[in-house]
Design a protein around this ligand. Structure first.
Ligand code: KG4
Ligand code: ZN
Length: 337
């Protein structure tokens, strides 16, 4: 079944066409609004949904054109229906419903986090369950045990306060690096000394699989204030490297612990922060050392996109799952209890 995926949960609007093998991408179009929100230092929900409304038809049409596909050849439509910003979600969901009605095709609402997990299945050598997924994005930081494609999912740990991406973005903001700042910190950190700024150990509890990033954010604010002068040049690179390592150390320590204690044996990284070069390099290196298979989706499939939604929807649509035109958006939708 060829699946059209649609994603609009936050400030990215995306559409993708996945071939009937569930692996081959015929097209993937992502329109990001980062420039629109940069002046506000974060996503403004009203601005996000208004822009989605204007562009959704165009983005879907481009994905179909890139796939060289007659819309009637689509087998099903998968659309992110939660969690996320309600106005943004509704835009994708309503567009998908209109299309499903007009084309008389099945429609399925997909959980955005299930989409992030499914991104790893688009890789050349996809992982087979059971595996642990570390989902690290602007809104989520969770460790999920995946026992089968499409679930059920078991939550092993999650953040008690800020998400990892949020911590990157807020720290980038106080450093004057703009929004979203995760990728900027990643780039600046490459030439930095990670031992220069001492950041605190996060949630050091031995058996704990939860995360907490608010202490690190406070430490970053204090370090910037104590430093006095604007942080720039080599000092900025050192600051970014030290800060980034504090997050990466913590994420990997818990992710590998979760993989071992759950008996899963394989780990995947997912979500926007999984595009971080230091996190990727250290995850692979540690996986080799500890003989745990680590799968990293391509960077483009880590940040929000519709290919991952098409894949997650494909798994469910081919086994007969369907929604009807009463499908609506859910701002809150936990993937696991
Ligand atoms: O998955 P995503 O695109 O959207 C959400 O579902 O939240 O994740 C966006 C987050 C932002 O916080 C962004 O700063 C972060 O991912 N991010 C990065 C990198 N690229 C994106 N964080 C660290 N290093 C990166 N290279
Ligand atoms: Zn996301």
């Amino acid at each position: 079944m060829i699946v059209l995926g649609i994603e609009s949960s936050c400030d990215e609007l995306a559409a993708a066409v996945l071939d009937s093998d569930g692996r081959t991408l015929r097209s993937s179009v992502v329109h990001t609004q980062a420039d629109l929100h940069a002046q506000y230092g974060g996503v403004v929900p009203e601005v996000a949904s208004r822009d989605h409304v204007m562009r959704v038809g165009h983005v879907i049409r481009r994905a179909l054109a890139d796939a060289a596909l007659d819309p009637r050849d689509i087998g099903g439509i998968a659309v992110t229906s939660g969690p996320g910003l309600i106005g943004s979600l509704l835009c994708g969901v309503e567009a998908a419903k209109g299309l499903a009605f007009a084309l008389k095709k099945p429609i399925l609402g997909v959980n955005h986090l299930e989409g992030h997990i499914a991104a790893a299945s688009l890789e050349a050598e996809p992982p087979e369950p059971p595996f642990v997924a570390l989902i690290v994005s602007g809104g989520h930081t969770s460790l999920i045990l995946v026992t089968a494609h499409g679930g059920p999912y078991t939550r092993l740990g999650s953040t008690r306060d800020d998400a990892a991406g949020e911590c990157f973005d807020k720290t980038a903001k106080i450093l004057g690096l703009g929004y979203p700042g995760g990728a900027v910190i990643d780039r600046l950190a490459v030439t930095g000394d990670a031992n220069r700024f001492p950041f605190p150990q996060l949630m050091p509890g031995k058996d704990n699989l939860d995360f907490s990033f608010s202490g690190l954010k406070t430490a970053a604010v204090r370090a910037v204030r104590d430093h006095g002068a604007p942080i720039e040049g080599q000092t900025l690179a050192d600051f970014c490297a030290s800060f980034q390592d504090a997050i990466v150390d913590n994420l990997l320590k818990k992710a590998f612990r979760a993989t071992k204690t759950s008996g899963a044996g394989a780990l995947i990284l997912a979500g926007g922060v999984a595009a971080n070069s230091r996190l990727r390099a250290r995850a692979l290196e540690r996986g080799r050392r500890e003989q745990i298979r680590v799968t990293l989706p391509s960077r483009a499939n880590c940040t929000d996109n519709a290919a991952m939604i098409a894949r997650a929807g494909w798994v469910r649509l081919v086994r007969g799952e369907r929604d009807d035109l009463a499908l609506t958006a859910r701002a809150h939708w936990p993937i696991a209890a």
